[in-house]
Design a protein around this ligand. Sequence first.
Ligand SMILES: Nc1ncnc2c1ncn2[C@@H]1O[C@H](COP(=O)(O)OP(=O)(O)OP(=O)(O)O)[C@@H](O)[C@H]1O
Length: 338
Amino acid sequence: MIEAKGLRKVYGAKTAVDGISFTVQPGKVTGFLGPNGAGKSTTMRMIMGLDRPTSGDVTINGLHYSQHKAPLHQVGALLDAKAVHTSRSAYNHLRAMAATHGIPNARVDEVIEMTGLTAVAKKKAGGFSLGMGQRLGIANALLGDPQTLILDEPVNGLDPEGVQWVRNLARYLAGQGKTIFISSHLMSEMAQTADHLIVIGRGKIIADTSVDSLIESQSRKRTLVRTSETTRLSELLARDGVRVEQNERETLEVYGVEPIRIGQLALDNRVLVYELTPLTSSLEEAYFQLTKDEVEYHSHISGGPAAPGGPGASAVPDGASPAGVAANSSATMEGIQS
Ligand SMILES: Nc1ncnc2c1ncn2[C@@H]1O[C@H](COP(=O)(O)OP(=O)(O)OP(=O)(O)O)[C@@H](O)[C@H]1O
């Protein structure tokens, strides 16, 4: 279980994460959803002890990352693994990592198999495609058979088969009772993978709910009504203060009331209705509604957003990534190996 309480991270003048509290439960896939710059990666880095919170606290199974005696068995993470630059083969990289943590080679074979890397395991990881790099990052995260898995945008740049694979893996591991926390800026992806969603915008939590409840809470209640007496039914509804729109002939869209109320009103007034269909927003619409004021715009004209390590960044020594964390800098990857 991951528990964050009042978690906050300020970089200079920028509040990346603004006092958020949430719990990520075992046995579920929890999606961490938000537009670019919302604070997802910063939160995940704080969970993994890579960034020190400005205030607040976050624990994994009751302890800070650094307090765990065998962290690799507690939590594995793939953080921002866009590329893996190493001259070692995937196999040797994982073996070196396993050796430093007393993990048997048999587990290396297992994770290579699980992540579909068998055919390329002896090849240099530096030459891997994006998808293979992601798989290696996930293999790395799975090495200690951790109870908790944290994946930051794991499907970015993957082909449909890779996306499906990550989805199945997440669901399989959650089914085994593990805590799975996955970030994404794509609602469509999360809707198919997650049981629960934590939505973040500009460093603040804007929803912490099940996928179904999110749709329910965001969708404006609308009913499609087909009747040959649109004018009469519109007048009857309007008399009750109900908003009605006529889009096509014999078709009304009625807002904010249950279909049964419309049906009853029609029946009481002997108006023939031949269709009453509740309309719900898609999850994508619900997400857009929720985050439309929270999107952060960056100018990329003069160098883009502040680079990590910029003013006010917390001091994490180069190559000091905790074991079990895959990252996209070669320095960090080598730091893990050594
Ligand atoms: N080291 C840093 N120094 C200064 N600002 C930072 C640093 N790291 C992140 N930020 C800023 O904090 C905010 C949150 O960034 P973060 O990377 O956590 O968002 P995100 O939700 O993961 O976004 P994305 O989907 O684009 O990766 C952004 O405005 C970002 O520019």
